[in-house]
Design a protein around this ligand. Sequence first.
Ligand SMILES: [Zn+2]
Length: 182
Amino acid sequence: MPIVVIDPGHGGSDPGAVANGLQEKTLTLEIARLVRDKLESRYIVDARLTRDADVYVGLSARADYANQLGASYFVSLHHNAGGGTGFESFVYPGTRNTETGRRQDVLHNRVADFFESYGFPDRGKKEANFTVVRETAMPAVLLENLFLDTQADADALKDQSFLNALADAVTTGIADALSLSS
Ligand SMILES: [Zn+2]
């Protein structure tokens, strides 16, 4: 059975972005748990989290965890800040034309369609030298799900039904990227 590692960004002493009454570390964990549970209830897959509590886990430790499990896919969940709106995803530079990029296309398009149905723009499929996508031995992607410091984005992320639908989109995107069996 394939193993998928879901990585809820930040945690513990590292809250990530904090704005509009939201903390990135709390949202990433909530969505990661939803995705894990949806994946395992709908597909033949072993879904693991790099953290399942409000604790600090270093970036290399997150990648090591997935490497030691021999995971098939690593999906890191984050929320943006710094002014802007919408959704973007990142893979390691130079991997857009590999299996990593093919999976990014599938997952990104599924999640971008969800956000666009709520009027949030697709900021694109991007590359960045982030530790968790660099040090993972398997294809890896990092999702930036809206901007906590933009009011409309934050308002959406405060809506439980929106979070659940986002988790559905991420779940379907991962399943399609990996051709998981139901
Ligand atoms: Zn983050």
